[in-house]
Design a protein around this ligand. Structure first.
Ligand code: TYD
Ligand code: MG
Length: 451
């Protein structure tokens, strides 16, 4: 009908804002060449989404108590979500192609007692079936669909009334009301909007799977991230079989919890003791290796810091770092040079946190600077020491958070000595048994003990 006449706006693929006319540069985010045409149906454009929803009194909601989260059956996933998935929430699960997003989705679905729907627009039902067999997934409540039109998916949802829907992936579904291709900005926005409305109206949980581009952002507009309640990333290193699930945004929980898995032949297996996994291949006889008890959310994980220092042959020396802040490393190198007299100006420096973990905790400073010093001096360190401490510009060592948790993790893995900030150690020393804790107040003091 003529009612469905459409209005054209121009949508930015970088920030998701729309504009009445085309610009070479997006007026909102100043990116160039990101605007593309998007047709909104007139009804939609006026904000006519049907009947208004009823209002609710805060008091009634409070009396109802906490909304119960639904456990996914995989505790690593629940931890990252903040204790299970919340009905009525929209979750975006992003990651590189082939990292294991579909596998993870298929593994959590059978936990649901009520019907669940897995929409796999990327694979046929029989392909998903094969994978389910391989994963030994059994369920009599799980429905599969390979529908790729959003309208069809909404119909199926109203038919099945599932508790959880997984849409795999947002880049492959489309609305037949728009004439752009699946995966385009306008399609992703439209489908995202429709799924968002659905979760809030029917109070069901929806997980949208999204592929990540080379630059590491979810392909399609950033606005998808603004739209959803929770953004999870499944990350990993092709050379290793472990996968890390982290949340980049969480309206219903913290964002600093990690879930750790290993990709095995029967799917993703939870890792109960990540420290053991990350230290498994540690060699004892190389210089430039230290151990840092990192805290990821509530959980301590021991990570190995490796450093390699070599003479720079020509030009500006290289600084290369994996898993640690580049600027922070530059600061530590300056401290090493100025306060401890180690010449770094003509050296190439490589620092790597083994296993693909990323640490932005300044408490890692002492482990990093010591690894670099050990490599630069070519001196071996004792392999039963862990190092904790934030370093200031004067080479002083500052106190860190939750030292006891970190020490306990080191102790449980058989480490014998902890070198930690003196200010922390004074407060906790009476409680620590069976591991030697040395309090230090400067990097120089730590080096005296170590070298
Ligand atoms: P997949 O879940 O399809 O990745 P995504 O959906 O993120 O693109 O995972 C694909 C990879 O995982 C593939 O390389 C095979 C591997 N895999 C296993 O090692 N074990 C398994 O049990 C499964 C199902 C996949
Ligand atoms: Mg997939």
């Amino acid at each position: 009908m003529s009612k469905l006449k459409s209005k054209t706006v121009y949508l930015c693929s970088a920030c998701g804002n729309d504009h009445p006319k085309w610009f070479g540069q997006c007026p909102s985010c100043k990116e160039w060449g990101t605007l593309s045409e998007y047709k909104v149906s007139k009804n939609r454009a006026k904000g006519d989404y049907g009947q208004a929803r009823e209002t609710q009194k805060l008091e009634d909601i409070l009396i109802g108590g906490e909304v119960e989260r639904i456990p996914t059956g995989i505790s690593e996933m629940d931890r990252v979500l903040g204790g299970g998935i919340l009905p009525g929430s929209l979750v975006l699960l992003g990651g590189n192609p082939g990292i294991g997003k579909s596998t993870l989705a298929l593994q959590i679905l059978p936990a649901f007692q009520k019907p669940a729907l897995y929409v796999s627009a990327e694979e046929s039902e029989s392909q998903v079936g094969l994978r389910a067999r391989r994963l030994e997934v059994q369920s009599n409540t799980l429905h599969l669909s390979s529908e790729n039109r959003i309208e069809g998916i909404l119909d199926q949802i109203s038919l099945i009334k599932p508790e959880l829907v997984v849409v795999d992936s947002i880049q492959t579904i489309f609305s037949s009301e728009l004439d752009s291709l699946p995966g385009s900005t306008s399609q992703i926005r439209e489908c995202g909007q429709q799924l968002l409305q659905l979760t809030k109206q029917l109070n069901i949980a929806v997980i949208i799977i999204g592929h990540v581009t080379k630059e590491g952002i979810i392909a399609g507009p950033k606005m998808l991230e603004h739209m959803v309640d929770t953004v999870l990333y499944l990350e990993g290193d092709e050379r290793h079989d472990h996968r890390i699930l982290r949340s980049a945004k969480n309206r219903f929980g913290t964002t600093n919890e990690l879930g750790i898995f290993q990709m095995k032949t029967n799917g993703l297996v939870q890792v109960d003791n990540p420290s053991e996994l990350f230290l498994a291949e540690r060699q004892n006889d190389i210089t430039g290796s230290t151990i840092f008890p990192s805290l990821e959310g509530s959980r301590p994980i021991l990570v190995e810091v490796q450093a390699l220092v070599s003479n720079a042959n020509f030009g500006t020396p290289q600084r290369n770092v994996n898993g640690f802040d580049f600027k922070r490393l530059a600061m530590l190198l300056a401290v090493l040079e100025k306060r401890l007299g180690t010449n770094m100006g003509t050296k190439d420096v490589f620092v790597n946190l083994v296993g693909g973990l990323k640490v932005d905790d300044p408490a890692a400073d002492l482990a990093v600077i010591t690894a670099v010093a050990s490599a630069a001096r070519d001196q071996l360190l004792s392999n039963s020491v862990v190092l904790i401490g934030e370093i200031g510009l004067g080479g002083e060592v500052r106190s860190v958070s939750r030292l006891e948790t970190r020490i306990n993790e080191a102790k449980s893995l058989g480490f014998k000595t902890v070198i930690a900030p003196a200010a922390n150690v004074k407060r906790i020393s009476k409680h620590v048994k069976r591991i030697k804790v040395s309090g230090i107040s400067s990097v120089g003091e730590a080096f005296q003990i170590l070298f």
